[in-house]
Ligand binder design. Structure first.
Ligand code: NOJ
Length: 423
């Protein structure tokens, strides 16, 4: 990671969010944490982590970590020593289902002769956020990493930490509980002990935009999943952007992304491999107001990789490994030795794109520079928008995207397929 900080700096990136770096049996790629205050030996040591933070800061980049507070690994010492930290029941109390198995979210523990809750895999028991000791533990974990220079946290399953106290039937009692906001209010108090205050960004996974609103109370950033999950069409995306910009409280920013380690990459899902369409996707992502998150590889148009069935590691169906393949830094892949998943198609790689002025990489660089010149954080759909061309004002500039694969007439000019302009 340290060897590639210069690449991120040359893009103009301000922060680097790492998916979990902690010791973990890797049943769910680090999202089954066995020790929140250590670094997985595959990645190095706490000293290596400190060096990463210092070196990144030298490049003007802050390191953000991924906090997994909904569940731990069943190999975490708490699961043996502090069973009261988890959610238990004498029998299967309700119809809640595991995201990964599709079966009951309750697993029988033969030793304790009780069932424990696992919203995800059975090896990922859910913590009981009604227990004040769990809250105290996490205050300590936050301070541990903030003391070590972490300037932001991406909060895993931010919508699902706390469950209905009475364990009632129905998904609405498993997720999106209103009591979760008290936890974030408290974390903001912890964060406020630091200067600058670290950013709290939620994985606020929901399909309905209305459900996002309460998360803006105490999270600095709430990731916009309806945007990421939409088709790349004007008719789907425009209402999402307009709703978000209209509803955002004044002291909050929008948070956009189009790929991550759980979602097919934007170069595949949005652009189907088409370079111009992918460039238009990047343009939208990077010219909207707020925070934009690029997933590694978006900046070169990396597509989902064709991982052979015998190399699949992910426990989820459909597998998320296609979007988790390594980053092609070079065409011959010489930088990788035995990576976790095979390095697949390297035709889009950093080395080749570096010197090509028309490459996706240089387009990304250009857009990140441009976004820094927008005079304010407002968005307004321009009245020149028609059914094919999306035009929106950002301060004194107008962004224009031909959202179709055909030439279109806009304001007396002809736009090429997927052409984008800042005027
Ligand atoms: C969301 C993470 O992004 C995903 O990778 C993980 O499997 C689940 N949360 C469970 O932690």
């Amino acid at each position: 990671m340290r060897a590639h900080l210069a690449h991120l700096a040359s893009l103009g990136v301000d922060a680097l969010w790492l998916s979990p770096i902690h010791p973990s049996p890797n049943v769910d790629w680090g999202y089954d944490v066995a020790d929140y205050r250590e670094v997985h030996s595959d990645y190095g040591t706490l000293a290596d982590y400190d060096a990463l933070v210092a070196e990144a800061r030298g490049h003007g980049i802050e390191v953000w970590l991924d906090l997994v507070p909904n569940h731990t690994s069943d190999k975490h010492a708490w699961f043996t020593e502090r069973p009261e930290y988890y959610v238990w029941s004498d029998d299967v109390p309700n119809d809640w289902k595991s995201v990964f198995t599709g079966g009951s979210a309750w697993e029988y523990d033969a030793d304790r002769k009780r069932y424990y809750l696992h919203q995800f895999a059975p090896q990922q028991p859910d913590l009981d956020w009604w227990n004040p000791d769990v809250r105290d533990e996490f205050d300590g974990i936050l301070r541990f990493w903030f003391d070590r220079g972490v300037r932001g946290l991406r909060i895993d399953v931010a919508h699902g930490l706390i469950k209905d106290r009475e364990l009632r039937d129905g998904d609405e009692y498993l997720r999106l509980r209103p009591e979760v906001h008290d936890i974030y209010a408290r974390w903001q108090e912890v964060a406020a002990e630091y200067d600058p205050k670290p950013v709290l960004m939620g994985e606020t996974y929901m399909n309905d935009l209305d459900e996002l609103r309460p998360y803006w109370q105490h999270l600095d950033l709430a990731q916009n999943f309806p945007f990421a999950n939409a088709e790349f069409t004007l008719s789907e995306l425009r209402p999402i952007v307009e709703w978000t910009m209209a509803e955002l409280p004044r002291d909050r920013q929008a948070c956009w992304f189009a790929s991550n380690h759980d979602h097919s990459r934007m170069a595949t899902r949005w652009a189907h491999g088409n370079i111009d369409k992918h460039k238009a996707g990047l343009f939208l992502l990077l010219t909207l107001p707020g925070t934009a998150i690029l997933y590694q590889g978006d900046e070169i148009g990396l597509e989902d990789g064709p991982v052979p069935a015998d190399r699949i590691l992910d426990l989820a169906t459909p597998s998320r490994d296609y979007e988790r393949t390594p980053m092609p830094w070079t065409r011959d892949g010489r930088e990788w030795q035995d990576p976790w998943l095979p390095l697949t198609d390297t035709s889009r790689n950093v080395e080749d794109q570096e010197d090509d002025p028309n490459s996706i990489l240089n387009w990304t660089r250009h857009l990140i520079q441009e976004r820094k010149t927008f005079s304010d954080d407002t968005y307004a759909t321009d009245e020149s928008t028609n059914q094919w061309v999306w035009a929106y004002r950002r301060g004194d500039k107008t962004c224009v995207i031909n959202m179709t694969a055909a030439r279109r007439l806009w304001n007396g000019r002809v736009l090429l397929p997927w052409e984008c302009l800042i005027l």
